[in-house]
Design a protein around this ligand. Structure first.
Ligand code: G3H
Length: 254
């Protein structure tokens, strides 16, 4: 049975005190909701991570992650944060390859392959994001784009390393736009991703891989999306900034 995950991505929102207050609310509301093979994850800005990890102690179904990590182990990279530093705070996850990182910071599949290696080496679980732009979907190249992101970003891993990944399908046209992929559109891509994983690593690995949907996911549309056979949860942006909305999405699995 693969793990179901609802992960919040706070992006560049919330100052330190606001973040701690929201996380405390989320813990109180989510602690009895995330059960069994389910996990709630908050990926906060770096400055919150250590404190959130402290607050989450004792709640085995609530984890904390970062939104990015550098590809090198350490060195003269002013302003950057390494995977080892993140791990040393007690964080479990790191988002890699979010479309905003690809778009605004020029992150390529080749760079993301290196970031993935470094994160795994430091025992962080990458939430590896893939997804096509509107232009790519309209040109009917979305399957090719996604396959290339998989092949160049993560298919160099051996099966043991690959098994530590979570994948997030986020169509760029659905992020922060209020336009959600229909459950059928999302399922079609998730099924495609799982088939590609099966072709590369075998059916057992594919069946065990958690694949999240992200893009304007909210308490109203989560149930239908998560009911699809290949959608194992969500990567939630805007709705993770409201404790009630985030909790309602987590509750969708119950
Ligand atoms: O990482 C989260 C995604 O970018 C989705 O963001 P959104 O839920 O605000 O559309």
């Amino acid at each position: 049975m693969r793990k179901k995950i609802v992960a919040g991505n706070w992006k560049m929102n919330l100052d330190y005190n606001e973040g701690l207050a929201l996380f405390s609310e989320i813990i109180n509301m989510v602690k009895d909701e995330a059960t069994g093979t389910q996990e709630a994850v908050i990926c906060s800005p770096f400055i919150h991570i250590h404190s959130l990890v402290q607050l989450s102690k004792g709640y085995s179904k609530i984890a904390v992650g970062a939104q990015n990590a550098h590809q090198e182990e350490k060195g003269a990279y002013t302003g950057e944060i390494s995977a080892k530093m993140i791990k040393s705070t007690g964080a479990a996850y790191v988002i890699l390859g979010h479309s905003e990182r690809r778009q605004y910071f020029g992150e390529t599949n080749a760079l993301l392959a290196k970031k993935t290696d470094t994160a795994l080496k430091n025992d962080l679980r990458p939430i590896f994001c893939i997804g096509e732009t509107l232009q790519e979907r309209e040109a009917n190249t979305h399957f090719d784009v996604i396959k290339t992101q998989l092949v160049e970003g993560i298919f160099h891993l051996d099966a043991d390393a690959f098994a530590k990944l979570v994948i997030a399908y986020e169509p760029v046209w659905a992020i922060g736009t209020g336009v959600t992929a229909t459950s059928a559109q999302a399922q079609e891509i998730h099924e495609f991703i799982r088939k590609e994983i099966a072709a590369k690593y075998g059916q057992e690995v594919a069946d065990a891989t958690t694949i999240l949907y992200g893009g304007s996911c909210n308490p109203t549309n989560a149930a239908e999306l998560f009911a699809q056979p290949d959608i194992d949860g969500g990567l939630i942006g805007g709705a993770s900034l409201k404790s009630r909305d985030f909790t309602d999405i987590v509750k969708t699995f119950n």
